[in-house]
Design a protein around this ligand. Structure first.
Ligand code: VG1
Ligand code: CO
Length: 543
């Protein structure tokens, strides 16, 4: 088979962000754009000859074309085998599961997660290493450096592979195996959770709706929830994956998953509602007229982990991203287990899980997961909650009320300002930085500022250092205001403001978070001058 070396030139801006390289589809369709990046990945990840690569994506527009290109490049670069999900589909957690199960060298996942899809929307690609997790920063930086030096890429001349039939093909010396996208992942879920208990719950007077938002989780949710666990057909809504996600924004939060939110807050609301995102790694958990913040969800999981068979002997520890609330820390303290605070992005949890230091990890951005894979995992989180509810026989609200009574409540909210002018966004953070010294000791919203900094992290396992991971204003009573710029957007900048305050008094636990945090919100606007600089008087998304 003919290997062609196609000459090319570096393309600017191919630096992976929080979760891989993301750009508009039109950018990815430019000549050599995808191939340059893929070759740069292959050039820096080590000796790939004779190795296995896992490949799949969230099914968004351009997924199939990208997969065909990557298979031909994998063959030209010496991989022995590509494991590709049927129809080119693998959710992010399923890809992580397959990499681990079949001892693959790594995997390429084609997704821009919750970003909208379609010819004029977003595409993305990320590389996961042999532990199944996102490539660490040193590796993504090496990829980026390589993109700036590249002069040629290798690709074989071959017919496209039939991705729709499970089976094996040869492409030159390389084997292409098209695998069932769901089976391995579903088997793993069955190993972790008490499916009998969940089946029992679903047979009771318990109603449940799962919103797949026309994204990748549809097929997974139908097999696991409806076929294996016996939830009534139709439990999974928007379960047909579409290459434009039905024109929606598959981000499971109170704004973008409004169809589900309306059902859970409507008349005759179900007992439980959940949603996942474009690539299946996020989750939103709702009860009847009740929203569980992702930070609280992590804490509840940690506190109830022993109810789940896989964690019945207890968990080694928890890790949370820095902006995630400290609710899980309180559980860790009570249980006497490890607790870590990492920068935003799942790649920072990998070393801790590999070293056995933590079992559960979570981010405020609707991401929770465990060491069963090395990605956050949407359906896993839903099954975790169903397992808890099945054992405890309580409502979602009841579980939270009990949790807060025991540990206190960390009021929490994130305010996102999307598509803001980049210079203005940078200035918003700089304004706060400029006041690091003067803010100290000042009283804002009735609380005294204890310290301010740019969050930096030293990985406790490999000693690598990550700086500039968010501007923090920390108060003496443990409250926090954090400012960060998103690393996943593709147009303008997104400013995220994270707000947290702790309340021990049970009589206050019923308060709405926006009300409880109102003073902090005003303080954030005042010190950053966000309204003046951006011209915005309210966030695009509040969670
Ligand atoms: C966002 C979230 C972060 C998450 C990342 C990838 O990043 O805040 O917690 O890990 O998305 O999630 P940023 O840089 O935009 O804040 V996913 O589901 O898009 O892979
Ligand atoms: Co995602």
């Amino acid at each position: 088979m003919q290997v062609q070396a196609i000459s090319t030139q570096p393309i600017a801006g191919q630096r992976p962000g929080t979760s891989g390289l993301r750009a508009k589809v039109k950018v990815f369709q430019q000549p050599h754009y995808l191939a340059n990046f893929v070759q740069s990945v292959f050039d820096v990840i080590g000796d790939i000859s004779g190795q296995t690569l896992v490949l799949g994506g969230d099914g968004r527009y351009f997924n199939r074309e990208a997969i065909q290109i990557i298979i031909k490049m994998a063959a030209a670069n010496g991989f022995a085998k590509v494991l590709v999900g049927q129809a080119g589909i693998l959710s992010t957690p399923a890809a992580s599961c397959v990499i681990r199960k079949y001892d693959a060298f790594g995997g390429l996942i084609l997704s821009a997660s919750h970003n909208p899809a379609g010819p004029d929307e977003d595409f993305g690609i990320k590389y996961n290493i042999s532990n199944g997790g996102p490539a660490p920063e040193q590796v993504t930086e090496a990829m980026f450096k390589r993109t700036s030096e590249i002069t040629a890429y290798n690709i074989v001349e071959a017919d496209d592979v039939n991705l729709d039939e499970i089976g094996q093909f040869n492409m030159g010396d390389m084997q292409v195996q098209v695998i069932d996208a769901v089976a391995d992942y579903a088997a793993l879920m069955q190993d972790i959770f008490d499916f009998d208990a969940i089946r029992g719950l679903l047979e009771q007077d318990f109603s449940f709706t799962f919103d797949a938002m026309h994204a990748v989780t549809g097929p997974y949710a139908k097999v696991i929830l409806e076929d294996m666990l016996g939830a009534p057909k139709g439990t999974v809504m928007n379960g047909e994956p579409k290459d434009d996600f039905g024109g929606g924004h598959p981000d499971p939060n109170l704004t973008y998953a409004h169809e589900l939110v309306d059902i859970l807050y409507g008349d005759d609301a179900p007992d439980f509602g959940a949603a996942s995102d474009g690539d299946g790694d996020r989750n939103m958990i709702l009860g009847n007229h009740f929203f569980v913040t992702p930070s609280d969800s992590l804490a509840v999981m940690a506190a109830n982990a022993t109810l789940v068979p896989a964690y019945k002997d207890g968990i080694a520890g928890v890790a949370r991203s820095m902006p995630t609330s400290g609710a899980a820390d309180r559980v860790a303290e009570a249980l006497g287990i490890n607790c870590f605070e990492t920068p935003t992005g799942w790649k920072f949890f990998g070393n801790l899980m590999d070293a056995g230091k933590v079992t559960l990890c979570g981010e405020e951005s609707f991401g929770t997961g465990s060491d069963h894979v090395r990605e956050k995992d949407g359906l896993w989180a839903v099954l975790f909650w169903l397992n808890i509810l099945a054992v405890r026989q309580e409502s979602v609200e009841g579980v939270l009320a009990d949790h807060w009574a025991k540990f206190g409540r960390n009021f929490y909210s994130r305010h996102d300002y999307e598509a803001v002018d980049s210079a203005a966004a940078t200035q918003v953070l700089q304004n706060v930085r400029d006041q690091f010294d003067s803010l100290k000791g000042q009283t804002l919203a009735g609380r005294v500022v204890q310290m301010c900094d740019d969050f930096a992290y030293t990985d406790p396992i490999d000693g690598s250092v990550s700086t500039n991971q968010g501007v923090r204003v920390l108060f003496e009573d443990g409250s926090r205001i954090i400012f960060r710029l998103s690393g996943t957007g593709t147009s303008g900048a997104t400013i995220r403001i994270y707000l947290e305050s702790y309340e021990a008094d049970v009589s206050q636990h019923g308060l709405d978070a926006q009300v409880a945090l109102a003073g902090m919100i005003d303080a954030a606007n005042q010190i950053s001058k966000l309204p003046e600089l951006t011209g915005r008087d309210k966030p695009t998304v509040i969670t």
